[in-house]
Design a protein around this ligand. Structure first.
Ligand SMILES: O=P(O)(O)OC[C@H]1O[C@H](OP(=O)(O)OP(=O)(O)O)[C@H](O)[C@@H]1O
Ligand SMILES: Nc1nc2[nH]cnc2c(=O)[nH]1
Length: 179
């Protein structure tokens, strides 16, 4: 285990098993619909790669980067587009792929944006859900794990851009981000 990690919350094997089950459910829903899977950079990259390969249906991918202003471990609700989509979502079945929903403010903004751009349907799959911290009444259509209110890193998720390549999801030692 990495020296900065307090405990492993979800192992690599548990992630793989859950991702496969989510992919099975999504295959059922999206076969023949040619969904546009939108990866929200950067944290969702490993999940997007594993999930879409396991879905094993005809789909398209696009990438969007947004940033919320505020402290590095808290979302402020003000969302700014850093990189927009290349594809048009008009008339498309869109699946937003997220690594984590925390306050829900990022997702709430994205859903409104994609609906305003006339997507035919907009659904959300997130690997992790932290429902305790929600500031909106939004809930994901599909989620991998519901987790407690702890600051976690790994499998795409960072602290100050580090730890994204850890193969598991771990709780970061508190002294590293409180100091
Ligand atoms: O529900 P919310 O409170 O809005 O928080 C969730 C958002 O925060 C994280 O992204 P972050 O801004 O850390 O960017 P990153 O994916 O590039 O690390 C995560 O990937 C979600 O997009
Ligand atoms: N890395 C990381 N990003 C987040 N964004 C919202 N919650 C979290 C979290 O626990 N860890």
């Amino acid at each position: 285990m990495h020296q900065d990690i307090e405990e492993i919350l979800i192992t690599k094997e548990e992630i793989q098993e859950r991702v496969k089950k989510l992919a099975d459910e999504l295959r059922e829903e999206y076969t023949n619909l040619q969904p546009l899977c939108i990866c929200v950079l950067k944290g969702a990259v490993p999940f997007m790669a594993d999930l879409t390969r396991a879905m094993d249906i005809s789909l398209e991918m696009d990438f969007m980067a947004v940033s919320s202003y505020g402290a590095s471990t808290q979302s402020s609700g003000v969302v700014r587009i850093i990189k927009d989509l290349e594809a048009s979502v008009e008339g498309r079945h869109v699946l937003i792929v997220e690594d984590i929903i925390d306050s829900g403010l990022t997702l709430s903004y994205l859903i409104d944006l994609l609906k305003a751009r006339n997507a035919k349907s907009v659904k959300v799959v997130t690997l992790l859900d932290k429902p305790e911290r929600r500031k909106t009444n939004l809930s994901p259509d599909y989620f991998g794990f519901s987790i407690p209110n702890k600051f976690i890193v790994g499998y795409g998720m960072d602290y100050a851009e580090k730890y994204r390549n850890l193969p598991y999801i771990g709780v970061l030692k508190e002294e590293l981000y409180r100091s």
